[in-house]
Design a protein around this ligand. Structure first.
Ligand SMILES: Nc1ncnc2c1ncn2[C@@H]1O[C@H](COP(=O)(O)OP(=O)(O)OP(=O)(O)O)[C@@H](O)[C@H]1O
Ligand SMILES: [Mg+2]
Length: 340
């Protein structure tokens, strides 16, 4: 059974035209005051129960807008969205009962009240029977390791604790679907690891579907088996993370420490400089186009090398490459890009 269906969805926002300068001001009198801009521009995908999906794309790609349409907060301009067979914005309450939502950038918890009070409030909102509530609360506070601060006012919590509190709030009514919009934003490495582990456990124990937006590729690597990438409102990849990794496995990175700052315009045939950090440079190359030893020879002709290592490409670099040139994933056959 398909749990979530998004078919050819488009969302336009009206934005106020900003007249600047006299003539534009005059012209503005004859032009409409608003212009429309597509934030989501005809995307389609389906999600099955229990999937864990990384929903990624550069800033402004349309990820949050898509999630808001799935929760029913926003109405699509055209196309269809369905969550468990319902149109979200037409059945917001029923839809909410099936969803847990966390927007990492803001909290749904009451700032001045102890965490438990917000959770108790949700018990009434979702009409959770007392016995069920107690059971869920006990189980989730164990799983999310929350017991020690359940009675602390939310504003006194650390960011990582608050995020766990938000997850508790999102899960207390046992929704089958969880939407997470940047749930690890601003967390330190340990807190991120904790959240990731907890999400994997929640998915394993309850087969909860997770749609996760993040800019941290480690989140995707640890949590997701499928990745949907959008850019400028359009879908550019939908498929396994592993497939992209394989496609890019022919790429290698050479990390070089130079003795002196290399010339501004350093250019090495057959390789691309993908990162710089002081005297340390990273070159990316395709192993069929140039061998590592050829590359090293070419670089050392230009500059004096102190140290070097060959690195496998990290997913981070791969994704950056895809954002910069979406065409680079065109080699993936269409039917594998849009999994159903
Ligand atoms: N309420 C709104 N009114 C007008 N434009 C909006 C509104 N919400 C979003 N947009 C625009 O729609 C586009 C997509 O925004 P969205 O928030 O969905 O991006 P995103 O992929 O979540 O980005 P980020 O990674 O920065 O969170 C952006 O250009 C944004 O400026
Ligand atoms: Mg966003």
């Amino acid at each position: 059974m398909t749990q979530i269906q998004v078919s050819n969805v488009r969302k336009e926002f009206k934005i106020a035209r900003k007249p600047s300068g006299f003539w534009n001001g005059v012209r503005g009198m004859f032009l409409p005051e608003h212009e429309t801009k597509p934030a989501v521009d005809g995307i389609s995908f389906n999600i099955q129960p229990g999937e864990m999906i990384g929903f990624i794309g550069p800033n402004g790609a349309g990820k949050s807008t898509t999630i808001k349409m799935l929760t029913g907060i926003l109405v699509p301009t055209s196309g269809e969205v369905s969550v468990l067979g319902r149109v979200p914005h037409k059945h917001r309450e029923l839809n909410a009962a099936n969803l847990g939502v966390v927007f990492g950038q803001r909290t749904q918890l009451w700032w001045d009240l102890p965490l438990i009070d917000s959770i108790e409030l949700l018990k009434h909102v979702y009409k959770i029977p007392q016995e069920q509530f107690q059971k869920n609360l006990a189980h989730l506070s164990e799983l999310l390791d929350i017991k020690s601060f359940l009675h602390t006012p939310v504003r006194q919590l650390s960011l990582g604790q608050r995020m766990r509190g938000d997850l508790l709030a999102a899960l207390i009514h046992e929704p089958p679907i969880l939407f997470l919009d940047e749930p690890t934003i601003g967390l330190d490495i340990i807190a991120k690891e904790n959240i990731r582990e907890q999400l994997v456990n929640i998915n394993r124990e309850r087969n909860v579907t997770v749609l996760l937006t993040t800019h941290d590729m480690a989140d995707i690597e640890k949590i997701c088996n499928r990745m949907i990438i959008i850019d400028k409102g359009k879908l550019i990849y939908d498929g396994e993370l592993e497939r992209i990794r394989q496609q890019y496995s022919q790429y290698r990175k050479l990390r070089v420490d130079f003795k002196y700052h290399p010339q501004e315009q350093l250019h090495i045939n057959g390789a691309e400089i993908v990162k710089k950090d002081g005297l340390r440079y990273w070159f990316q190359f395709h192993k069929d186009e140039i061998s590592a030893s050829q590359l090293i020879a070419r670089i050392s002709e230009a500059e004096e090398i102190v140290d070097l290592t060959i690195e496998e490409p990290e997913i981070e670099t791969i994704i950056k490459g895809i954002y910069q040139s979406p065409a680079s994933i065109d080699a993936i056959p269409e039917q594998e890009r849009v999994s159903v």
